[in-house]
Design a protein around this ligand. Structure first.
Ligand code: BMA
Length: 347
């Protein structure tokens, strides 16, 4: 008989994952960690073919990000490359290298729509069909098994599991993904999250994972918690906040969201982070020190992760001679902004 996912669980947590959680808890005492998505996989004008450990950020400041974000979209299909053409075997190598140097790994996931087989952004109703009892449930179980297989293969040089942060089904309070607002009910979303954690942790014995819940920017605590799956199923609270419009608007959002996030995190005794952020093409010369840092220093966030340097029309971190790179050097010199080498001091 098929097991039904309980409404509460006691997750099994590998000691390495517990250590990662402890380390994350300690970061805000020193400042916040700088993160970049796909930092070492590619950058503007280059792509890693396997034998280098390079990042655009390193080329500008001589150190790598402290938090390394990777994307596992299309692992569910059994593909060799993710949706952004990063090879999964290379990703494993880069994760090992970042971990070995004290870096923190976070995984995002933009899975295809299981009902339409189109992308994450195709919003045909799918969540209710992949839940237990739904017509695509078996397919979803296969997808999760592939996610589990990938994560379980993340091991350090001694063969011990590398702990990672998994941040699935993000920005659910926006309407752009199939798991987002309007494409499933909050109850269905909660069930999806609970079943996913249950499958990974209890059925597939994946215990090296911390789970981050990360809505997009929000206007009330109620909105933030609308899709929250419960304390048993979450370890870290996040929020994704981009500067899509003016600097004033961005500052206002940070100033309203981060204190609310902190209140919720303190109540739950969980660390919290700016799980995605950025200004596309960093068009404001002194954005790092004068806009970003001024708003997020001393807010208690453990890290801020900037999105990927995909191409000249879509990048969020500087590279040599980019408009904001001089300011980024000053940003790196701020004692409370932590890069990879600083992580050695946080145990
Ligand atoms: C988005 C964009 C897409 C990408 C996706 C997953 O924000 O960067 O180009 O495919 O993230 O990395």
């Amino acid at each position: 008989m098929a097991k039904t996912t309980p409404l509460s669980i006691q997750k099994t947590i590998h000691p390495n994952a517990q250590n990662l959680l402890n380390k994350i808890q300690k970061i805000p005492k020193k400042g916040y960690a700088f993160g970049h998505q796909d930092a070492t996989a590619y950058g503007i004008g280059w792509k890693n073919s396997g034998d280098i450990f390079k990042s655009d950020v390193y080329e500008v400041v001589g150190d790598h990000p402290a938090v390394h974000g990777f994307e596992i979209g299309h692992i569910e299909l059994g593909n060799t490359h993710n949706l952004d053409t990063v090879n999964f075997a290379l990703m494993k190598t880069l994760i090992k290298k970042a971990h070995q140097r004290g870096g923190i790994i976070t995984l995002s996931w933009h899975p295809d729509n299981p009902a339409s087989n189109k992308s994450s952004w195709h919003t045909r109703k799918a969540v209710k069909h992949i839940l237990e009892g739904g017509r695509h449930h078996m397919k979803y179980k296969t997808w999760i098994a592939r996610v589990a297989y990938f994560i379980k293969d993340l091991k350090d040089e001694s063969g011990h599991p590398i702990p990672i942060i998994f941040r699935p089904f993000h920005e659910m309070n926006g309407a752009w993904f199939w798991w987002g607002k309007g494409h499933c009910s909050p109850q269905e979303y909660v069930r999806l999250w609970q079943e996913t954690v249950f499958l990974l942790n209890k059925e597939l014995q994946v215990d090296q994972v911390l789970y981050a819940y990360s809505p997009n920017s929000f206007s009330s605590k109620e909105e933030y918690l609308r899709y929250y799956p419960g304390d048993d199923f979450v370890d870290i609270l996040g929020v994704d906040i981009y500067q899509h419009w003016t600097t004033t608007n961005f500052i206002k959002t940070l100033n309203s969201n981060l204190p609310l996030l902190k209140e919720i995190a303190v109540e739950k005794d969980m660390p919290f982070a700016l799980t995605e952020a950025g200004l596309n093409k960093v068009k404001v010369k002194d954005w790092w020190t004068q806009v970003l840092d001024k708003q997020i220093a001393n807010t208690g966030i453990a890290w801020a992760l900037f999105w990927r340097n995909a191409r000249l029309s879509h990048y969020f971190a500087p590279f040599p001679n980019q408009k904001s790179s001089e300011d980024f050097i000053k940003f790196k010199q701020l004692p409370h902004v932590l890069f990879l080498e600083d992580m050695q001091g946080i145990k």
